[in-house]
Design a protein around this ligand. Structure first.
Ligand code: HSE
Length: 302
């Protein structure tokens, strides 16, 4: 195995995980992208960042894209090098929009783009490696494949499949300025849940597949959850209150991933917009059906 080129650009979407009842399983890709260009060099690794995360993320070997890139090369048995990265980030950090999963998928796709046998980093391998970084596959799957996905573990192997999507399912995201680390949002979850709540969520998750694919009229009941959203309310009170107000106004609102962004799986009506308030950045990104994309420079013409 060898590096067959010295420059690759990748584009990876933001994601919303969970979608209500599908904790650690469902996810959706938004047309909000981080774009990373990587050059292999003989020098030390350096990372330039523009957009989200400037001045906050590491600019050397600790950068998440670099760590994932190196893990991908190791997995494929390819040699390491120095790397010069330019990251143009549009995905907000710490808001529940999958920025870390997108960084990991970006690094792994760069590794695939650099090597002479890209099949050594096929989709199954990439999903598995990304899941090892993340601890769960629900953001990595839509970041890699696009669309709306359900992901699951078969023993140590992560798997994912896409859910066919009804055209009326059009996301709205409401992004607060506050951040919440995923580690904190996970730390507040109980170790066990009541059987009745597990049964409730199993039914709603099945209903959600139906609602997303053919029955968008069922999105409101299909996005009910009893496993994580109420349990996290104290860690994101404004988010929880907004989800409640929107749902009372008939909108299928959920917490995006581990929060604190709110995701609504439909455009907001004027009455629903009226309950939002000023503190939220409201976006209506289309769904990204492509997933992470790799581009390589054209060979120069002699
Ligand atoms: N399923 C995850 C959670 C998504 O809610 O904690 C965030 O990584």
């Amino acid at each position: 195995m060898r590096l067959m080129r010295d420059e690759v650009t990748v584009r990876v979407p933001a994601t919303s995980a969970n979608l209500g009842p599908g904790f650690d399983a469902f996810g959706l890709a938004h047309a909000i992208h981080d774009v990373v260009t990587v050059r292999a060099t003989a020098g030390a690794t350096d990372v330039q960042v523009t957009g989200e995360g400037v001045g906050e993320v590491p600019t050397g070997e600790d950068h998440l894209v670099v760590r994932a890139l190196r893990a991908g090369l190791d997995y494929a048995g390819a040699p390491q090098a120095g790397f010069s990265l330019h990251c143009h980030n549009a995905i907000p950090h710490g808001r529940g929009l999958g920025s870390s999963a997108s960084a990991v998928v970006a690094g792994l796709l760069v590794a695939r783009g650099l090597i002479n046998e890209p099949e050594a980093l096929d989709n199954d391998s990439l999903l598995n490696l990304a899941t090892e970084f993340e601890g769960h596959p629900d953001n990595a799957a839509p970041a890699l494949f696009g669309g709306v996905t359900v992901a699951w573990m078969e023993g140590p192997q992560a798997r994912a499949a896409q859910i066919p999507l009804h055209p009326d399912v059009q996301p709205t995201v409401l992004i607060p300025t506050d951040r919440l680390p995923t580690s904190r949002a996970r730390a507040v979850l109980p170790a066990t849940v009541a059987h009745a709540d597990a049964a409730f969520n199993a039914g709603r998750a099945g209903l959600l597949v139906l609602a997303l694919s053919t029955r968008p009229d069922l999105l409101l009941p299909a996005t009910e959850d009893r496993l994580h959203q109420a349990q996290r309310a104290d860690a994101m009170m404004a988010t929880s209150a907004l989800v409640d107000r929107l749902r009372q106004a008939g909108a299928p609102a959920v917490i995006s991933g581990a929060g604190p962004t709110v995701l609504v799986l439909a455009p907001l009506t004027a009455a629903q917009q009226a309950v939002v308030g000023q503190a939220w950045q409201v976006l209506s990104p289309s769904i990204d059906f492509d997933g992470g994309q790799v581009t390589v420079p054209e060979p120069s013409r002699g």
